[in-house]
Design a protein around this ligand. Structure first.
Ligand code: AMP
Ligand code: MN
Ligand code: MN
Ligand code: MN
Length: 282
């Protein structure tokens, strides 16, 4: 069986490696099928395509799209990441992603303005430099890195807990595309829509069950399996939901690089025999 990793990041979003270095790392780690899925951008793909040919790695084209959904009878929205894999036509995605990148750039500036008030230092020039000067690529991870570099917090997680999470000083409310819209666009592109890390949004089991059903009913195809470090009960719940909603599965590390050293390239969960791989549709 091929060794796969279907969700990874390069420095076109908040990963630390270039797409070429990521592919080389995949080759050295004996990963023979790799998806590059940067946040809301496909811009790393040309470089990844060249490197994949050079290193004999099968590249799956992809993107991790930020979106929002609503709990039943609740007005406020929640963020959810949807990974689009192996689109046949990039045009419908490009239009959506251009809007998302604008949202991302505007939000980053607003977060930095809030942080400037709180810290008396303007983070923007250095945050922008951390994202290689691409305002549309700035994620909260870059801003968290800046807070660590300045010694304002000790760790990335602390940056989220004290400044960047909902309800904290520098939080800016979500304005991402609605989940149904994102799923329609992925379907229009001929790609596979994968619900990313469903157990990492801090949702209750009741809300994870609701989200899984909603995702399937709106045209989603697959769900990422929980990583091996998550409790067996979590895996059992997800296996049950995958079967209940007849979803395919995806295997992914969500590798970012040295900024998140606990996520290792190619370290992915094991697929059960009765589960259908999303890769069968590529
Ligand atoms: P953004 O899309 O700009 O909101 O940022 C996405 C990145 O921020 C993701 O790759 C996560 O690794 C990181 N992130 C989001 N929420 C949290 C959190 N509560 N704690 C730590 N990291 C987080
Ligand atoms: Mn990320
Ligand atoms: Mn994600
Ligand atoms: Mn990711």
């Amino acid at each position: 069986m091929q060794r796969m990793d279907l969700h990874t990041h390069s420095h076109f979003s908040d990963g630390t490696l270039s797409p070429a270095a990521l592919i080389e790392h995949a080759s050295c780690s004996r990963v023979d099928m790799l998806a590059l899925t940067d946040h809301d951008t496909l811009d790393g793909l040309p470089e990844a395509r060249l490197a994949a040919t050079e290193h004999g790695v099968t590249l799956v084209e992809g993107v991790e799209i930020s979106s929002q959904w609503h709990k039943p009878n609740k007005k406020n929205s929640f963020g959810v990441h949807i990974v689009a894999l192996a689109p046949k036509n990039l045009a419908p995605l490009q239009e959506l992603l251009a809007e998302q990148q604008q949202i991302r750039a505007n939000r980053a500036v607003q977060i930095c303005q809030k942080l400037e008030k709180a810290t008396k230092t303007d983070p923007w020039p250095e945050v922008l430099a951390l994202a290689d000067g691409r305002a549309e690529g700035v994620t909260r991870s870059h801003i968290a890195s800046w807070l660590v570099q300045k010694g304002i917090v000790a760790r990335q997680q602390q940056a989220f807990d004290q400044y960047l999470k909902e309800g904290k000083t520098a939080f800016v409310p979500l304005a991402w595309a609605e989940m149904d819209h994102v799923l329609n666009i992925i379907n229009a592109s001929g790609g596979q829509a994968v619900l990313a890390h469903p157990t990492r949004y801090g949702l209750s089991a009741t809300h994870i069950r609701y989200l899984a059903g909603l995702f399937k009913s709106l045209g989603g195809h697959a769900m990422e399996l929980p990583s091996a470090v998550e409790p067996p009960a979590t895996r059992a719940m997800m296996d049950y939901l995958i079967a209940q909603h007849d979803l395919a599965v995806s295997v992914a590390s969500d590798f970012h690089g040295s900024n998140m050293p606990w996520l290792k390239l190619g370290q992915v969960p094991v697929v059960k025999e009765n589960q259908r791989g999303v890769w069968e549709q590529f």
